[in-house]
Design a binder for this molecule. Structure first.
Ligand SMILES: NC(=O)c1ccc[n+]([C@@H]2O[C@H](COP(=O)([O-])OP(=O)(O)OC[C@H]3O[C@@H](n4cnc5c(N)ncnc54)[C@H](OP(=O)(O)O)[C@@H]3O)[C@@H](O)[C@H]2O)c1
Length: 320
């Protein structure tokens, strides 16, 4: 009897694992002649996405902060396709500008698929970018926003190009407040309360969704965003840096495995958005498990407001 209970439980957990890791991109394309530009491809979901698109023949440009880690991915890519690496620190707008200058030197005339994948989550303490924005907003949204703006002419040079923003289900925890975009009221606390930390991450991810919703209206280029699922990557690096949270994390690891995706599984929805036939890709759509979903809080007015807000922030930066 007990054996049946154990077998039943094992089967249930296995089926649950399959359900949780679902969403497989079934599209395969010949991407010869296509150029993919992807941020944060030295590890995690970005690395897997770059390799998969490289295997389909795309020329892949990886933009990475840690170029030592990036070199290992570049070596892998060079065995299968033409690939380049450029240094990029999204938390510094000067670095974003330099990255685009370095891209120009590659003499590539177009970008077919821009994947804004890099991201940072839940730093242990309140942190700001070089231009004094809260780290998650500044990196995940504003850095990518500037990058996309500076690469627009390359996207316009390609036929049927697209921008794919890797957002997150965590956007549901956002409380976007344009009067306090930096969550500055918590800036002086030594330990940043997790609730507000997650809220700031959620804000930045809602911004990824809104950015993708507005891009075709502003530039005539299709944009979409996605939640990759809960994926076993280094994204939790700041969380596991805390000894107490690290211990908790270790305790829940076996359960965590059941509910989480591998990096290859986590790359599937990005691949779906990158490979979907142009006519079928929903402009401004938000995808999860390779299907179109309805994001929370996202609407046209907010997307418009965020766009104007971001342009104004960049204008102030350019004037300095
Ligand atoms: N893992 C999940 O469960 C999950 C769930 C929802 C959404 N996401 C999103 O998926 C995307 C990929 O994350 P991941 O899970 O693959 O995490 P990851 O393994 O930590 O990869 C994050 C990537 O972003 C890069 N990055 C971080 N800060 C950067 C900066 N300032 N400038 C340039 N690059 C920077 C990292 O580069 P370095 O190695 O140089 O730091 C790394 O390549 C992120 O946008 C994340 O928000 C992940």
């Amino acid at each position: 009897m007990c054996i049946f209970c154990i077998l039943g439980l094992a089967l249930f957990l296995w089926l649950l694992h399959i359900y949780m890791t679902g969403g497989v991109c079934k599209i395969k394309k010949d991407l010869n002649g296509k150029i993919v530009f992807i941020t944060g491809a030295n590890t995690g979901i970005g690395k897997e996405t770059a390799l998969q698109l490289g295997m389909m023949g795309a020329t892949v440009v990886i933009a990475c902060r840690d170029t030592n880690k990036g070199q290992l991915v570049l070596d892998q890519l060079n065995k299968i396709t033409k690939a380049y690496m450029i240094k990029l620190d999204l938390s510094c707008l000067n670095s974003v500008k330099q990255c685009v200058e370095d891209f120009k030197k590659l003499n590539i005339s177009q970008i077919d698929i821009l994947i804004n994948n890099a991201g940072v989550m839940a730093p242990q303490t309140y942190k700001i970018t070089k231009q004094s924005y809260e780290l998650q907003f500044g990196t995940n949204h504003l850095g990518h926003f500037l990058l996309t703006e500076l690469l627009i002419s390359y996207l316009k040079s390609a036929q049927q190009s697209r921008v794919v923003n890797v957002a997150s289900l965590a956007h549901k925890h956002s409380q976007l407040d344009f009067k306090d975009i930096n969550c500055a009221q918590y800036a002086n606390s030594k330990l940043w309360p997790i609730k507000y930390n997650i809220q700031a991450y959620g804000n930045s991810k809602l911004c990824n969704i809104l950015h993708a919703m507005e891009i075709s209206k502003r530039h005539g280029i299709k944009g979409c965003s996605l939640h990759p699922g809960v994926v076993r990557t280094e994204l939790v690096r700041e969380i596991v840096g805390n000894p107490i949270l690290n211990l908790l994390f270790k305790l829940v690891t076996p359960i965590y495995f059941i509910f989480t995706k591998s990096c290859l599984q986590g790359a599937q929805t990005t691949l779906q958005c990158a490979l979907e036939d142009y006519d079928k890709l929903i402009d401004g759509g938000y995808y999860s498990d390779c299907k179109l979903k309805q994001p929370k809080f996202a609407n046209k007015q907010l997307a418009e407001k965020l766009w104007d807000f971001s342009v104004e922030k960049l204008r102030m930066y350019m004037q300095k």
